[in-house]
Design a protein around this ligand. Structure first.
Ligand SMILES: Cc1cc2nc3c(=O)[nH]c(=O)nc-3n(C[C@H](O)[C@H](O)[C@H](O)COP(=O)(O)OP(=O)(O)OC[C@H]3O[C@@H](n4cnc5c(N)ncnc54)[C@H](O)[C@@H]3O)c2cc1C
Length: 428
């Protein structure tokens, strides 16, 4: 951790994956950090999460990659199948990602990922205040006021309060509910020991893979978790949740009916499901800016660039935000507290174009994954089977240009470059 003689006091709103990453990067830069989290206890809902190399690289800088790796499964390859089960395309991942990008591709349970970040934050002396729902923000002071009435004054507010961000609405000055994408997700865990009773399903548990199935209006993503003991299944299909309902108990028969004509392996997997939920998938439209004009407030993570999960990059982008912001904040001290605007503008410039490309790239995959049977689908499958990866290749993880764009990004290096080329002369 850097030693700062004259540290800033930074308040981070939200202890999700993005808020924690921003807090750790800012603390490693030597500043004092308080996280305000509305929940009464720390934790993460949901099942598995994919950590791509662009995020793993940052976790290494936090000094937690080895621990994260020890709790993860490393997939050998990324396999895309048609909904009837035919393998259409394959991207090797192990040891490819480490060789090509110097960082691994990992599958981990969200709760484990979150726990390691919390432990890292606490070990660095970051103060995490629970039951701390931020109700209002004073953008000049700056300060946040909690539902309890307590006001916390600081030098900078980083708002990482997620998709339904209260801070975003306060900053915009009007209601700004998330946007419906037309899809919903079922997030499921089944025991690998149950799969092993069926020879066809047992094969899915033997060598860790990321398995995708693409079909009309829907797709499935499956991978192993927890040392291979659990199988994580995400099923995406058209949103039929009532208006205003974001989460609902799932009817298992309805779920099985949606996939009744799909690969028998998937149907057998769904027979093993005992209980799950339907989650409405929502995202953001690009904002004009993430930085308050007074230069003491900035947005981060899903609060400003929520995305469909189809590129498995939402949390990774939030972690990158944290690295860039922390990297830049490492260059300033409390003497600069009234002049943070240029630094925050740089953060926004570095991050907004990239995260918008990820949001748009994820939305575009909706069409690729969910094609109805017909000419366009046959052409997609022909190109995938021919396997001549070039720019625009439908397996986006095998498109050489897009893959590099996603995986090669180094948030800390970006911050260094920006400091040397733009910011140094404004602060020194
Ligand atoms: C089905 C699905 C699969 C996904 N898979 C992947 C994947 O494989 N890889 C990947 O990188 N991403 C994935 N994502 C995306 C990823 O989950 C999100 O992008 C990421 O969790 C966002 O983190 P965040 O910290 O910005 O927001 P959040 O995780 O939403 O955290 C916000 C935090 O702020 C707190 N909060 C909210 N309001 C307030 C308030 N007013 N005051 C105080 N605290 C507040 C909340 O309690 C919460 O703790 C997936 C998403 C979905 C839906």
């Amino acid at each position: 951790m850097a030693v700062q003689q004259n540290p800033l006091h930074v308040v981070v709103v939200g202890a999700g994956l993005g808020g924690l990453a921003a807090a750790i990067a800012t603390r490693q830069a030597g500043h004092n950090v308080t996280i305000c989290e509305q929940a009464p206890a720390l934790g993460e809902v949901g099942a598995g999460i994919q950590i791509p190399p662009n995020s793993a690289r940052i976790l290494e800088r936090f000094g937690i990659l080895e621990e994260i790796k020890s709790l993860s499964v490393l997939p050998n390859a990324f396999i895309i199948r048609s909904y009837k089960g035919q393998e259409l395309n394959r991207q090797p991942m192990l040891p490819y990602c480490e060789n090509a990008y110097g960082a691994p591709y990992l599958h981990i349970h969200r709760a484990d990922f979150h726990k390691v970040l919390v432990k890292c934050a606490e070990s660095h002396g970051i103060k995490i205040v629970l039951n701390a729902h931020v109700n209002s923000v004073d953008f000049s002071a700056p300060s946040v006021t909690l539902a309890t009435g307590e006001t916390i004054t600081c030098d900078l507010v980083i708002a990482a309060d997620g998709l339904k961000s209260k801070c975003r609405e306060l900053y915009l000055g009007h209601a700004d509910p998330p946007h419906n994408t037309g899809d919903l997700a079922y997030r499921i865990l089944v025991k690998a020991s149950d799969m092993k009773k069926d020879p066809e399903l047992a094969k899915l548990t033997e060598v860790p893979m990321i398995n995708y199935w693409m079909g009309p209006g829907a797709h499935a993503v499956c991978y192993l978790l927890k040392g291979g003991e659990l199988y994580n299944i995400v099923l995406i299909c058209p949103d039929n949740l009532p208006e205003g309902v974001a989460l609902q108990d799932a009817d298992l028969q309805e779920l099985r009916d949606i996939f009744a004509t799909w690969d028998t392996r998937l149907q057998k997997l769904l027979e093993l499901v005992q209980q799950t939920f339907k989650w409405k998938l929502q995202n953001s439209e690009e904002m004009d800016s993430w930085v308050h004009p007074e230069g003491r407030f900035v947005l981060l993570g899903d609060a400003c660039h929520a995305t469909l999960p189809y590129l498995a990059q939402g949390a990774a982008q939030a972690v990158e935000d944290g690295a860039v912001l922390g990297g830049l904040l490492g260059k300033v001290t409390a003497k600069d507290k009234d002049n943070l605007r240029p630094l925050l503008d740089s953060y926004e410039r570095l991050r907004k174009a990239r995260t918008t490309a990820v949001v748009k790239g994820s939305t575009a995959l909706q069409n690729v994954f969910h094609m109805a049977d017909g000419e366009a689908q046959q052409e997609r499958d022909r190109v995938l089977l021919e396997d001549k990866p070039m720019e625009g290749f439908p397996n986006r993880w095998r498109d050489p240009v897009f893959q590099k764009f996603l995986f090669a990004y180094d948030g800390f290096k970006e911050a260094e470059r920006e400091w040397d080329s733009v910011l140094r002369r404004q602060y020194e």
